[in-house]
Design a protein around this ligand. Structure first.
Ligand code: ADP
Ligand code: MG
Length: 727
């Protein structure tokens, strides 16, 4: 057996679950102990300073230099009491992860003796040497100044020996270079637009906060096997591998008992999350073998997203302690389910009304209907923008396969709510009071119906699930901000247009209630084609969607380019989330990421084909040939012919595959070179999609066939059955 595969499999046999001991059996004893939260602030800051910070968070009041110094000093004392020696501005550049550059608290006093210092100035702003982060041309390297600035709405926290301060990351000229800046803008925008609409129904509402509950799917692979797969190490997915005879067909993994080594990992992860105030609630096995999910209780979007970023980072580190590698790639294994990250999204007012939950009073129900219908219209109008926000090189491998909706965006509402909207559409423009009551009563019944609602359609990309929308098209490795920016900005834009239209009618003398109903009816009708209750994975739906003129874009670069079409610009630039330059640069960054990922996959596959697979095929072919020669020495020609014709076929088949592989790799390299010569980032990404990417599947087909033909003993890479079924 090949040395690598052999060593990896041997190492596996000695694996035992690590013993994980909780800091205490009572979660409350340690929950949030590594967060500079209210409880910790009260110990280290005066009441006045806490009030100043609270005013800054709630009302946007500026923090003075002196207050910043006091906060920084308190933070430092708290951090030091927890064994911290370093601090960092923690930010989310446009890469696949977070960034941090640690600085020690060390400083020197005037007389030269070392002291530990953390000033307000350093807390508030930093200038990391950030010339290497993707900027889409917003920063020239010669003037590579990027600034990080404290995001006061997300609390500081401790990881290991480092105090982490959540920050935004912007260029010298003020353009956003990260995910957080536009996210904060989109959240503010939806707050304002939603509050304005709420005031039609309840004048006391002053604020609407968007909430996010993410569900993170992932795979765990034993690290010995992981290390023996260069494709996993370098690209996050298996570029080759024949399917295992048994994978997920028996559905025996889903919600099954969790293997003890995995439980130990999960426990360890949960302790760390609780210390960081991340409210992890759910853990379970997912559909594919060795696939799992974890989900917290939902939080305000910005915090929830910081927590998701932090969790992805923690997962990777804690998994290593347990001799696992976490795969966050959307499709690490062909033929079994990939991983998504469902985004459960809702809007909640400052007096506690969930705008996506049917209310108890008729008035609240009209509020509910207003928001639901505006969501429908928002999704209908912004299908392309929503798709653009989730399409990446890695997620496109998952979309369209049978575990994830295809690249068609549609909304599922469920029977009761759908009926409601159909009724609304039919009532006259001037509703009689009976009609109004019927409508309101109808909505009133929704909560009961939803409670035992079994028609929770899991194939819909944008599904109403009782008190929230669940956006399911997001990839597991993504930053939730990319979809949350788009959804919240688009919602803000839609609500603003709704309000404008209603106000216009009111000023022309139509009563408020009637104006609202009239506009809602129009929206229900216009957005009708986005509503789909059937099987989103079926071929039939693809045809039906085409008839409805819904878009279906499978090319990642083409999907990303939709960030720049007219409707998207109206939303993103109109809502002041990006300026023209920022939007253009963002598109460039996404396209460049796409290009580079395909480029890396193509190189890795080329190398593995030529250095691992072809030589192994040649060795096995030689053995067969040896065997044939020996047969000839012993048997006469006729008998020899009878005895060996199958093996001769095999030799021919292997020869054909070796030749094809060599040709395909050469042709792919050629196409890559041509694409690399294109200056234009957009053209290059399209060339990678159209010309280079198709080779990946063609090459794989031959390799996977060879895996079935060649002696298991000499196959160089761990196989699917080994990767997926070791616990
Ligand atoms: P399922 O897999 O059935 O969708 P989970 O329990 O795995 O359910 O995940 C549901 C997610 O939805 C959790 O993160 C939960 O906190 C979140 N959630 C529940 N209610 C809301 C809400 N009103 N707004 C946002 N997220 C919510
Ligand atoms: Mg879900």
């Amino acid at each position: 057996m090949s040395k690598f595969r052999f060593i990896a499999l041997q190492e596996l046999s000695s694996r035992k679950p690590l013993e994980v001991v909780a800091p205490s059996t009572n979660i409350a004893d340690y929950y949030g102990c590594h967060v500079f939260n209210k409880k910790n602030m009260q110990k280290y800051l005066t009441d006045e300073t806490i009030d100043a910070l609270k005013r800054a968070v709630d009302e946007g009041k500026a923090i003075t230099q002196q207050e910043a110094d006091l906060i920084a000093n308190g933070m430092k004392s708290w951090a030091k009491d927890n064994g911290v020696t370093h601090y960092t501005h923690w930010f989310q550049p446009l890469t696949d992860g977070t960034a941090e550059k640690h600085d020690s608290f060390i400083d020197f006093s005037k007389d030269g003796s070392p002291i530990e210092k953390f000033s307000g100035k350093v807390l508030v702003q930093q200038e990391p040497d950030a010339s290497s982060f993707p900027s889409g041309g917003l920063r020239n390297t010669f003037e590579a100044r990027g600034y990080t600035a404290w995001d006061i709405s997300s609390p500081a926290f401790i990881v290991d020996d480092t105090l982490c301060i959540p920050t935004v990351f912007i260029s010298y000229t003020g353009e956003a270079l990260d995910y957080k800046t536009p996210l904060l803008k989109a959240l503010l925008s939806v707050d304002r637009a939603a509050t304005d609409v709420c005031k039609y129904f309840d004048k006391s509402i002053e604020k609407v906060t968007a909430h996010l509950g993410w569900e993170q799917e992932y795979f765990l692979i034993d690290s010995a096997l992981y290390k023996a797969r260069p494709d996993l190490c370098l690209t996050g997915r298996t570029l080759m591998g024949h399917s295992s005879a048994k994978d997920q067909q028996l559905d025996d993994h889903y919600f099954g008992s969790i293997p003890s080594r995995v439980t130990a990992f999960m426990k360890d992860l949960e302790f760390e999350c609780y210390k960081l105030g991340i409210p992890i609630k759910t853990r379970h096995n997912e559909v594919a073998p060795n696939q799992f999910e974890l989900a917290p209780i939902f939080e305000e979007v910005n915090l929830a997203n910081d927590h998701n970023q932090l969790v992805m980072d923690l997962m990777k580190r804690i998994a290593l302690k347990h001799n696992f590698n976490v795969l966050l790639h959307e499709k690490p294994f062909q033929s079994v389910n990939g991983s998504g990250k469902h985004n459960n999204w809702s809007l909640i007012t400052d007096n506690g009304i969930n705008l996506f939950a049917p209310g108890k009073t008729p008035n609240n129900n009209m509020l509910f209907l207003t928001f639901i219908i505006n969501v429908l219209m928002m999704v209908y109008k912004n299908q392309d923008l929503i798709r653009a926000s989730i399409m990446t090189a890695t997620n496109s491998r998952r979309l369209g396969a049978n575990e994830a909706p295809p690249a068609i965006i549609s909304c599922f509402l469920g029977k009761s709510l759908s009926n409601m909207l159909d009724t609304l559409e039919k009532v006259g423009n001037k509703m009689t009071s009976e009609e109004k009551t019927a409508l309101k009563l109808g909505v009133n019944r929704i909560p009961e119906i939803l409670l035992d609602n079994t028609d929770r359609n899991r194939t819909s990309p944008f599904a109403f699930t009782g008190n929230r929308f669940e956006f399911r098209a997001m990839g597991s490795s993504a930053n939730c901000a990319s979809s949350m920016i788009v959804i919240n900005a688009a919602m803000a834009h839609q609500l603003r247009s709704f309000k404008q239209n209603v106000d216009k009618m009111i000023s022309s003398g139509i009563a408020k209630d009637d104006a609202i109903i009239k506009e809602l009816k129009r929206l229900v009708k216009e957005s009708e084609s986005i509503r789909f209750e059937g099987d989103g994975y079926s071929k039939k739906w693809q045809k039906e969607a085409e008839k409805r003129h819904l878009t279906n874009i499978n090319s990642t670069p083409q999907a990303i380019l939709k960030y720049e079409d007219e409707q998207s610009k109206q939303v993103l630039i109109g809502e002041n989330i990006f300026n023209e330059k920022e939007l253009e640069s963002r598109v460039d960054v996404e396209l460049e990421k796409y290009t580079k990922k395909i480029q890396i996959e193509s190189r890795v596959l080329g190398d593995l084909t030529i250095n691992h697979i072809v030589p192994t095929a040649v060795i096995y072919q030689s053995r067969l040939l040896d065997n044939l020669v020996k047969l000839q020495q012993i048997f006469d020609a006729k008998e020899c012919e009878q005895l060996s014709y199958k093996r001769r076929d095999l030799v021919r088949d292997i020869a054909m595959r070796i030749d094809s592989l060599k040709d395909l790799v050469a042709d792919m390299t050629q196409e890559r070179k041509k694409a690399n010569n294109l200056e234009n980032i957009r053209k290059k990404a399209c060339a990678y999609n159209d010309k280079v990417s198709p080779f990946l599947d063609k090459i794989r087909e031959h390799i996977d066939a060879l895996e079935m033909e060649i002696d298991n003993e000499i196959w160089p890479l761990p196989k699917y059955r080994e990767l997926l079924f070791t616990k």
